[in-house]
Design a protein around this ligand. Structure first.
Ligand SMILES: [Zn+2]
Ligand SMILES: [Zn+2]
Length: 546
């Protein structure tokens, strides 16, 4: 991959050049839009990460760049999301900021869902300039644009008409023409009931007075449109904002870029009606997840950025988005893959530190590590995630035990305080608690398995004695690893450092199976050296009959 293939560098260059051409001397703008209509999922995070990476690259080059987050909080409340009381259905048709807060701690429904996303963005080092569409619309910011759109309604209708096909009626599409009535691109929120079950019945191009009726029975107007609550329909609203905010770059999900989509239509309207230009644009692919069902099961639905940040350090979450090109789909794993993701990340960090990383890998690592302002906090002593997960699992979270084991694991330069292995330890702990099924967790035997001990062969008994006798002298991760793999060698009269053979490997498998059986009553489990360190010498001795 050379620089021209690096989509972040390439797009950042285009943003600088286009920004300067369109609005000389102005800070270029990258845009994201989120509807706070329910929990904001990990898929929606791509809507923020793609512009962030580009805006951040511009800033890395020493040029200011604005990243706006348009909250579509003046959109109508369409449906009650799963897990919320059905009584909220009463508010369908009202702006999201007019729907009551479901928990009672926020100003309204929209704010309830904004807060967790903003918190996650803060952890991720994603700095945005928030724009509330409720504030913009109700504050009159768009009045001139609304009047223009209403006066040019026939032209807008003609553009939309070119794309209206016989496709099945889309319930989310709010620009469908009302049969046999004149087209209006503005939808009032009823002055009486607050809902948008309204039909515009007239607009005076001279006085800008509007009249409308509502399903609740109200007949309103004529009233100057500046005094009427309401908003432009989505396909007109989006290009209006490109023009208003001087948006230089705005990506969107691939589904927005198909022929007849809001982007294609908006691209025509922005120049024809609002005298602006289409932003630089490309579609980004989907974000999927695997193994994301939480054990606590308190809340269904797709995982959120906060769920991901519970088990991944913030730079890893940035990396999961930064390492893929926009057209590539992303799958975020919450299952056993998590350990592999951490291992890959640690390997990348080592290559970068040792100067062995390729230039593209270095660039991706820098973007993942933090924004242009500086790197995000990291775990000072990044022990392998799988090891920490095993420790959290075996100890059931007991902090004193964890510290003892982590010290033994780092015998050469012992960890003094668990803060040295945080936040990774907390991530591992959360992962074990939330995503490892109870039957997969490690249950250390309370009492020795007397039946199994009584049935041991002489060879097995001898192997256990070699372990019991050698344990104290080699009580460290390296020492125990050598001893555990070495026992079958010693039994065959080979030196402990003898190279593995197929026969030895088979013997080692049987030997490990025996130990797992005696210690945790299963055939497999966490890595045995970690498990032994976790149990301590006395407990191991008692369980292996030594
Ligand atoms: Zn709330
Ligand atoms: Zn009404």
């Amino acid at each position: 991959m050379n620089q021209a293939d690096d989509w972040v560098v390439r797009t950042a260059g285009q943003v600088r050049a286009e920004g300067e051409r369109r609005h000389p001397g102005e800070t270029p703008t990258c845009a994201s839009g989120i509807s706070p209509s329910g929990p904001v999922h990990l898929g929606n995070l791509r809507e923020l990460m793609v512009p962030h990476l580009v805006a951040d690259e511009v800033r890395r080059e020493g040029v200011p760049c604005r990243h706006i987050l348009s909250w579509d909080d003046y959109d109508r409340f369409r449906r009650v999301p799963g897990g919320f009381p059905p009584e909220f259905a009463e508010h369908i048709g009202r702006p999201l900021t007019s729907v009551p807060d479901p928990c009672g701690g926020h100003q309204n429904w929209a704010e309830h869902f904004k807060e967790p996303l903003l918190e996650s963005l803060d952890y991720l080092g994603v700095a945005v300039t928030e724009i509330s569409q409720t504030e913009m619309y109700t504050g009159g910011a768009y009045t001139a644009q609304i009047v223009t759109a209403m006066r040019r309604r026939a032209d807008i209708d003609a553009v939309l008409g070119r794309y209206r096909t016989k496709r099945a009626a889309d319930p989310d599409d709010d620009d469908e023409p009302q049969a046999a009535a004149e087209y209006y691109p503005f939808k009032p929120y009823c002055a009486s009931c607050g809902r948008d079950d309204t039909t515009v019945t007239g607009f005076d191009d001279e006085t800008t007075e509007i009249t409308y009726t509502c399903a609740c029975g109200v007949r309103a107007g004529p009233t100057p449109i500046a005094q009427v609550a309401g908003k432009l329909v989505w396909k007109v609203d989006w290009p209006m904002r490109w023009s208003y905010e001087h948006v230089t770059f705005e990506p969107a999900g691939v589904d927005h870029s198909t022929p007849g989509s809001s982007f294609t239509v908006g691209a025509e309207l922005v120049s024809e009606i609002f005298g602006g230009e289409t932003p630089l644009h490309f579609g980004y692919s989907f974000v999927g997840t695997s193994g994301s069902a939480k054990m606590s099961g308190s809340r269904g639905g797709a995982p959120t950025p906060a769920d991901a940040l519970e088990i991944f350090e913030a730079p890893l979450v940035r990396w999961l988005y930064a390492r893929r090109r926009p057209e590539q789909a992303i799958t975020l794993a919450f299952d056993a893959e998590v350990g592999r993701v951490y291992d890959e990340w640690d390997a990348l960090a080592r290559r970068v530190a040792e100067g062995d990383a390729s230039p593209p890998d270095q660039a991706i690592f820098a973007r993942a590590s933090g924004p242009a302002e500086g790197p995000l906090p990291v775990t000072p002593r990044p022990l392998p995630f799988r090891t920490l997960a095993s420790v959290a699992d075996i100890t059931a979270g007991d902090q004193t035990q964890i510290l003892r084991i982590v010290r033994d694991l780092t015998a050469d330069d012992p960890v003094r305080d668990l803060d040295e292995v945080r936040p990774r330890l907390d991530c591992a702990q959360a992962w074990v608690t939330e995503y490892v099924r109870p039957e997969e967790r490690t249950q250390v035997r309370g009492e020795p398995d007397t039946a199994l001990l009584a049935a041991l062969t002489d060879e097995e008994r001898a192997a256990l004695k070699l372990l019991a006798d050698g344990m104290a002298a080699g009580w460290s991760l390296d020492g125990l690893t050598t001893l555990l793999y070495g026992v079958p060698k010693l039994q065959r009269g080979l030196p402990i450092s003898a190279p593995p053979t197929p026969e030895l490997k088979a013997a080692q498998r049987d030997w490990f199976k025996l130990l797992y059986g005696l210690l945790i009553g299963k055939d497999t489990g966490p890595r045995l050296p970690t498990l032994l360190l976790a149990l301590g010498q006395d407990r191991v001795r008692s369980l292996i009959g030594g």
